[in-house]
Design a protein around this ligand. Sequence first.
Ligand code: BGC
Length: 951
Amino acid sequence: MKFARLNTLTVWLIASFSTVLFTKSYAITTNLTPVHLRTEYRTNPVVDVDAPRLSWELTSAGKGQVQTGYQIMVASSVALLNAGKPDLWNSAKVTGNATNQIEYAGKLLLARTVCYWKVRSWDKNGQPGPWSAVASWEMGLLTKTDWTADWIGNDLTALGKGKTYHLPPAPFFRKEIQLTGLVKKARLYVTSLGLYECQINGKRIGNDYFTPGWTDYNKRVYYQTYDVTTDLKTGKNALGAIVADGWYAGYLGYALLVGNPVVKNFYGNVPLLKAQLEVEYTNGKKETIATDQSWKTNHGPILEADILNGETYDANLAFTNWSKTGFNDANWKSSTVFPDKSDRQLEAYPGDPVRVFEELKAKSVTPKAGGHYLFDLGQNFAGMVRLRVKGNKGDTIRLRFGEVLFPNGDIMTENLRKARAMDTYILNGDPQGETWTPKFTYHGFQYVDVAGFRTAPTIDAITGIVLTSATPETGSFETDNKLINKLYQNIVWTQRSNYFEVPTDCPQRDERLGWTGDAQAYVQSATFNNDISAFFTKWLVDLNDAQRPDNAYPIYAPAPNVRKTDTYSPGWSEAGIICPYTIYKTYGDTRVIRKFWPNMVAYLKFMEAKSNGTYVYKEGSFAEVSPKGGFGDWLSVGKKTPPDMLATMYYGYAASMMADMARAIGKSEESAYYEGVFTKIKQAFLAHYADSEGRFKTNSAAYGNGEGYVDGEMGFEGHTQTAYANAIYMNMIGSDLTSKAGNWLAELIKANGNKLSTGFLGVKPLLPSLSMTGHTDVAYQLLLSTEYPSWGFEVVNGANTIWERWNSYIKGKGFENNAGMNSFNHYAFGSVNEWLFGNAAGIKANEAGYRTFSIKPEIARQGLNFVNATYQSINGTIASSWKKEGNRIQLRVVIPVNTTATVFIPTTNPDSVLESSKPLKASQAIRVNDFKDGYLQVNVGSGTYQFSAVN
Ligand code: BGC
């Protein structure tokens, strides 16, 4: 299943068609129709916030259409809503163009209330359109007193102790219940400390995986709500659950690798379940069945279940029909009730759960030495496999997972490090064959090495199951250049693999942590491919929960210390500012700013104190963190940009975002204050790190021989690609110096053989800063390069995801960095996506949420003849397509209803510009603004425009 949003075009067609009908029979003169109704960024969700935020998109034929007012009605039943009796809220007509971030402002909502809503909009002529279709949201359990369920568990920690790993079995829980009447409505509220899967009457409930998600379980845990009305019947029913260690009690990160005193059980030892089934009968009677000590428990076939290390299943121990009525649980014991932690919050899951994205058939199966078979699924991804096997009782199948092969064709697993990443299935010998899929582990892989088949397997013995957080797809990007198309697909796959409950660095090795540096470098890129609003609403809570006692944001979140010395790092910690800022800019979300404002202010105070009031970090300022200076321009090539110089720029960047965000929430004094801080940082930065010409420098001697710094032996240099790219991108230097900096940047690239040298922090701003300073040609040159180091180098060396290193694999040579840190699914270098959409296609938000935006496509001189991009913003779908045709550029743009755009038409001759084959003047919907720097600027309202111009 793909998580596509409603297809706006289809909706538009339906809407226009029905309007035609309506117009005839009811004489409604507008066709402005609200579609894609959502609450808290999701479709018909369960929420527990006080004032849920509503949003919709608008469709309308014609051009220049805007909403001048709206009316929302909310009722406790569809009948009341349809009868025009909104018993919860009637907003009445509200003047204005707002279509999102609209807070519910009706009656106080009680737990469990289902709220049905619809909306209509008034158009530019003041005509109301038709009511939307009905959408809904439901209030979850709002306080702890709504819960009667106990935390129950079955302590199995004495079992599963091996030489290297301690992997106890997963406990099963069951309870039979008697329902006394016809069920009208039933909800299952469920959570766990660890992971759970619930079943009712033999059926798995929901299609979510890795529930209830990863949080700092000491502070909060989320619950899911499932509508199980149709899963229950009058009379006897059986409830079942399986619980596994998960992030709560399982292995995390590289703790084992680095010899951390704690390697697992970061939050607790025994995984626990808390579930509450609430039933309402047709006669109005209500009943609650909750976990307590009466639930029976046992451990059976799932001998091991660990996210990093894999799952082991012995089919001979399977409990057939254990979650159905009539199962004999006489030898199961009673559950143990565990105490609650009174300060742990229990909240409705606010994000997009992990779900199956699609299944992948194996492309080939190859026999290997020792009776092994190697399956190639054709794509590196995060997920698991379904195994189909026929054999004898006791036969053992072992599955190992790898992203790539050695040049000799053997599977490469060295880069998994201490993640055992092995699944095992022990057959019961069913003559019909057996099918098995693990439940509580996932791997990052393309290849599966399988041992233990009795006879040669067929290709369907292994099926890939792609898992990802179900963030709806919002973008598309296509060109006539295969290399770039492949790069884009690789970026998409890497995001899919790593937006996995939290934004992880990689899905395969003993890490899979919410690394903050990776998250901030990539977040803007991510917004184009998928709607990440709900995903980040959730993760930003993790990030702020993980803010350190000294107020620094951590290097990963959720943040149990998987290495004693892990603290904070410039360029990583600023995710605490950059990510909320990006969510605000992308979705017009000011709640996220308000929510974390005190935390962000505290972080800025920490940064200020760290500069001792000087607003600059001189060389060696971060010598106390490990590694010294922090991670800096991680995995860059050649001389290192001083981490302290980067830290100063990040501090300035953070201050400037704070000024913007303060303005957005009406804190004008704070805004002025942070503007002031930004100015001081810029001045201090230039005074220390630039010469009188504005050329960047550093006192490299201050770093001695570089010991303790990341790649310190390479030496430090201020005059680097990374330094200029960041300074330009972050607006750290005045406009005259900015253009100089752009020239130096272009020169440095040229002097480096037309190659980039940037790492994690330098790569994101590299192409944008070249474009900002008039060096689009150099940006394209880097983009189209296939020489090391470049994105193209990865593609020509066989990548189908983004690699951690520029040279993770070289055809004919293999792995230059084989053993340890060499992930083939790492999105940091994929941050070039920001430039693909923002520059090559030219789509950029002006106002937050793309209510106003610009389309300024940058035309490649060579290598690309067209770019087609679409982006479904919170205000509707934007499209930008350009194409070279003879001496003309064709530019087709789509501007959503209720938005306006400045379109930059690339041309050498403004008089040559046509729209729909007619000279511009003929059109009323277009206002010509300016002709500058090779672009004719025009302002347009909603609609589709087909420009053509000599270029
Ligand atoms: C991770 C990175 C992370 C880094 C810190 C690595 O091991 O995989 O992506 O940001 O550590 O520098």
